[in-house]
Design a protein around this ligand. Structure first.
Ligand SMILES: [Zn+2]
Length: 332
C-alpha cells in the first residue's frame, strides 16, 4: 500500500513527528467478537477442540469466511485522529491513545499510556502489521510494552520492542527461563507465537510510576489465567484487554474460568472505586464502569444457574451464549 503523507497538524504530533494521513473525526461503530475459554476441569478433548477451532479462526480471519464479527448493540463513538490505512489512532486524552485495527477480524485495540518519563504500550497488536511504527509516531519517549495476556492476537508485534514487561504471576514464570518467555500453544492459541525476552517484572498490585502518572498492575484471571489490567486511579481508567468489551466474551478457551472471572470483576469494582472508564481490547475502545457492574451481574446469574443460555454454533462447535448488557458471554 502506498505510504501515507506527512501531516504536521495532527493532534498526536505534540511530542514527535507524525507521518500519517489525518482523518476527520467520525463515529465508529464497533461490535461483537467471539472467542472463548475452557474451564481447566474440562476434558482434554474440549481443549483440543477449541485449539482446532482457534486455528480455523486464524486461518479464516483474513477473509472472514467463517463470519465476521457482527455489530454490537453498544457502540462507542471514537474520534479518529490519524490512520496509515490499516491502523487508526484515536485520542482518549492528551496522554492516552488507542491504536486500533478496524480491518482485523477481531478489531483489536492497543493503548499508548504516556507518562512524563516513559510510555507504556498495553498490548502489541494482532501482528497483521507491525504496530511499532504507530506507537513511535505517537511518542518518542522510551516505550515498554506489556501484554494484557499472551493470546496470539495481543502479542503479534511484541518482538519489535526492546523493553517488555510482564506481571510476576506463577503462570508467567512457568513459561519463562532466564527471562525468556516462551508461550505454550494453550497459552497463545497459535503455534506461530514467538518467545520474547522479559526485561521487567511487575509485582501484582505494584504501583508503576511512569512520570506524573501511576499505573497499578492487577491480576484478573477469567478470560485467561494470565489476564491483567492496568488501573490508572487518577484518571479513572482500567485497561482490561479481553476481559470486557462490547462483543462476545470468550470463556471457553484453555485456562478460562467463570468463577475466577467473577472474582476478578468483583476485585476491580471493589478495590478500585475510582474506575470510571474501561478501555477494551476489541471493538469499541471504551465502556463505562456500569458495564463492569453488568458483567458481574451476568457472571453471577450464570454461576447461580439462573441465566438461560441459547445454544449457538461457534466455528463448528456448539457453545452456550448468555446475553449481557452490550456484551454476551460464550462458554461451554
Ligand atoms: Zn484473548
Amino acid at each position: 500500500m502506498k505510504a501515507a503523507v506527512l501531516i504536521t497538524s495532527s493532534p498526536i504530533a505534540h511530542d514527535t513527528t507524525v507521518s500519517l494521513r489525518q482523518r476527520p473525526a467520525r463515529g465508529v461503530s464497533d461490535s461483537g467478537r467471539g472467542s472463548g475459554k475452557l474451564s481447566e476441569s474440562r476434558p482434554r478433548r474440549q481443549v483440543a477442540t477449541s485449539l482446532v477451532v482457534m486455528a480455523a479462526a486464524a486461518a479464516a480471519a483474513a477473509t472472514c469466511v467463517l463470519g465476521c464479527p457482527s455489530p454490537a448493540s453498544a457502540q462507542t463513538p471514537v474520534s479518529i485522529s490519524a490512520t496509515d490505512g490499516y491502523f487508526d489512532v484515536s485520542r482518549i486524552d492528551a496522554d492516552t491513545w488507542a491504536i486500533s485495527e478496524p480491518k482485523y477480524w477481531q478489531k483489536n485495540n492497543s493503548f499508548i499510556i504516556k507518562g512524563q518519563v516513559r510510555t507504556i504500550l498495553f498490548d502489541a497488536g494482532s501482528g497483521t502489521r507491525d504496530i511499532k511504527h504507530m506507537s513511535d509516531n505517537v511518542t518518542r519517549k522510551p516505550t515498554t510494552v506489556i501484554p494484557s495476556h499472551v493470546h496470539y492476537d495481543h502479542i503479534g508485534s511484541i518482538g519489535s520492542f526492546d523493553e517488555i514487561a510482564m506481571v510476576d504471576l506463577p503462570i508467567n514464570r512457568e513459561h519463562t527461563v532466564d527471562n525468556r518467555y516462551t508461550p505454550s500453544l494453550a497459552m497463545s492459541l497459535s503455534p506461530l507465537a514467538s518467545s520474547f525476552m522479559v526485561t521487567e517484572w511487575w509485582k501484582p498490585g505494584e504501583k508503576i510510576d511512569i512520570g506524573g502518572r501511576v499505573l497499578e498492575a492487577v491480576s484478573i484471571p477469567g478470560h485467561s489465567p494470565d489476564s491483567i489490567a492496568l488501573v490508572d486511579r487518577a484518571r479513572g481508567y482500567a485497561f482490561v484487554g479481553d476481559f470486557l468489551y462490547a462483543g462476545e466474551l470468550y470463556t471457553f478457551l484453555p485456562g478460562a474460568d467463570l468463577a475466577a472471572y467473577l472474582e476478578s470483576t468483583k476485585r476491580l469494582l471493589g478495590d478500585y472505586p475510582e474506575i470510571r472508564t474501561v478501555l477494551c481490547g476489541h471493538m469499541g475502545t471504551t465502556m463505562p464502569r456500569e458495564a463492569l457492574v453488568a458483567l458481574q451481574q451476568t457472571l453471577t446469574s450464570i454461576l447461580e444457574q439462573r441465566a438461560a443460555p441459547e445454544r449457538v454454533w461457534w466455528l463448528g462447535g456448539l457453545v452456550k451464549r448468555y446475553p449481557g448488557q452490550s456484551f454476551s458471554i460464550l462458554t461451554w
